[in-house]
Design a protein around this ligand. Structure first.
Ligand SMILES: NC(=O)c1ccc[n+]([C@@H]2O[C@H](COP(=O)([O-])OP(=O)(O)OC[C@H]3O[C@@H](n4cnc5c(N)ncnc54)[C@H](O)[C@@H]3O)[C@@H](O)[C@H]2O)c1
Length: 434
């Protein structure tokens, strides 16, 4: 099929490459000229995601990149909207990018086609997109149909999650959309849920918010474990064997980040409040997460009354391993606080440093390895559980650091491993090992 995708970000680009892998002809559209020029010139993904470059190379004959949206939309059979829906000041979702694309499609699509909203959007947005299209459609133009097809990929495993989706949700209000989307996804083995657009929009928010809730819940239990001498790793393991609970998303740490959970919890909470049906559980999840993000800074003051002049190694900058994405990463709240307190900050991340430099070009020292960051440090904060960080033998901290105080926000090590002497290992929801 001939597909156009508006938005060449984490979702739009991965979707494009995976649909090309399934034999579709895909045109990626973006307003960011630099992005499109770079994709055309170098033929390499602009985001870090496992297997993406290889799949892009394999399917390059079926992929094109352009800023000229009219040329992409005019004869597409399906047009995806995969642009950002960032958080507004009041917590609601900013839909300006979605609406801008809808109007561009209305003005330029020449054949009958399905406009598929893949961006995460509040309940009722598909209807507004349809209305906007109707208002901006030239008289006598071919009909455009609007359908919802939310995305569930996880950064770090985005290609796998798309090719082997847990489910494909199609929110449709007409037979044309249903037939087209069914045809598009016919070779995907995932369970297909065909429902109305509002339910599809809700499935996405309810799923993300449930996962965020699970994380905040385990983090609160972890905080209590620390106080009462229980071990959160064993507690989570014991809980996870119960199939009704499941073991996923029971990893205690310093909270969720990324481009989805923080904004999607706030957006659904805003919407529930607006409808006077406040989701109190979601509100609590947000509050717990905000508090959890700064847990390591609070812990740091157990060891140093004042961080002025203290050399701090920060391992991990991205919001999770497997991605270069820094959106809502704990590094962006913790490092400014360290700097504000006068700490000397040395950082290491296997892939996130270039993006971090855009925020802090000179204020921190960028290190080529974790060892370089640890060398001479008096405190270490582990913010991301990259394999490269987890595999550092604990004895190396003792050898390299001036004072080997490790605050592990991701529980990267077993407590048995850290009893090597010479280190203080303080993690989340477990006893501190000295
Ligand atoms: N990132 C994720 O893991 C993830 C997972 C599921 C769903 N989502 C949802 O998908 C949507 C996109 O997220 P993302 O992380 O890919 O965003 P992103 O910020 O990485 O990419 C958005 C892209 O859209 C482009 N854009 C803006 N206006 C445009 C226009 N008029 N025409 C064409 N392109 C335009 C931007 O330049 C940018 O490249 C969001 O609603 C998000 O909540 C994201």
């Amino acid at each position: 099929m001939k597909i156009a995708i508006a938005g060449t970000g984490y979702v739009g680009f991965v979707t494009a490459v995976c649909l090309a892998e399934h034999g579709h002809q895909v045109t990626c559209v973006d307003v960011d000229k630099q992005k499109i020029d770079s994709l055309n010139r170098y033929g390499k993904a602009l985001i870090y995601e496992k297997d993406l470059d290889a799949l892009m190379e394999k399917n390059k004959e079926r992929l094109t990149y352009t800023t000229d949206y009219a040329s992409a939309y005019k004869d597409a059979e399906i047009i995806f909207i995969g642009v950002g829906t960032p958080e507004k000041r009041d917590g609601s979702a900013n839909l300006n990018y979605v609406y801008a694309v809808a109007m561009q499609i209305a003005e330029t699509a020449e054949r009958e086609c399905v406009v598929v909203v893949k961006s995460t959007v509040p309940i009722g947005t598909n209807e507004r997109v349809e209305k906007l299209i109707r208002e901006h459609r030239p008289e006598g133009a071919a009909p455009l149909h609007v359908a919802s097809n939310p995305e569930f990929l996880s950064q770090g495993t985005a290609v796998h999650d798309t090719l082997h989706a847990s489910r494909i949700v199609m929110g449709v209000e007409d037979e044309y959309s249903k037939a087209k989307l069914t045809e598009l996804y016919k070779d995907f083995a995932a369970p297909k849920i065909i429902t109305n657009r509002r339910s599809a929009e809700m499935i996405k928010y309810a799923s993300n918010d449930f996962l965020a809730l699970k994380i905040s819940y385990i983090n609160e239990i972890a905080n209590l474990c620390e106080e009462i001498g229980a071990d959160i790793e064993d507690v989570a393991k014991g809980m996870g064997y119960d199939k009704r609970i499941g073991s996923k998303f029971l990893r205690a740490g310093i909270g969720y980040g990324g481009s989805c959970f923080p904004k999607d919890t706030k957006a659904l909470h805003w919407l529930s409040d607006y409808h006077e049906q406040e989701l109190k559980t979601v509100k609590a999840a947000i509050e717990v997460n905000d508090h959890q993000k700064l847990k390591l800074i609070r812990k740091a003051h157990k060891y140093y009354e004042d961080l002025e002049g203290v050399t701090v190694a920060v391992l991990g900058l991205t919001f999770k391993p497997g991605t270069d994405d820094l959106r809502e990463a704990p590094s962006l709240t913790n490092i400014p606080m360290l700097l504000e307190e006068g700490a000397i900050v040395k950082v290491y991340d296997p892939v996130g440093m270039e993006r971090f430099k855009e925020h802090y070009p000179t204020q921190v020292k960028y290190c080529k390895s974790a060892e370089e960051a640890l060398d001479g440090a008096e405190l270490c904060l582990i913010l991301t559980d990259w394999p490269k960080i987890k595999e550092i033998p604990i004895a190396r901290y003792a050898e390299l650091m001036d004072k080997a105080i490790i605050l592990d926000g991701r529980n990267c090590y077993e407590l048995d491993e850290v009893r090597v002497g010479g280190v203080t290992y303080d993690s989340v929801g477990r006893i501190t090992v000295h």
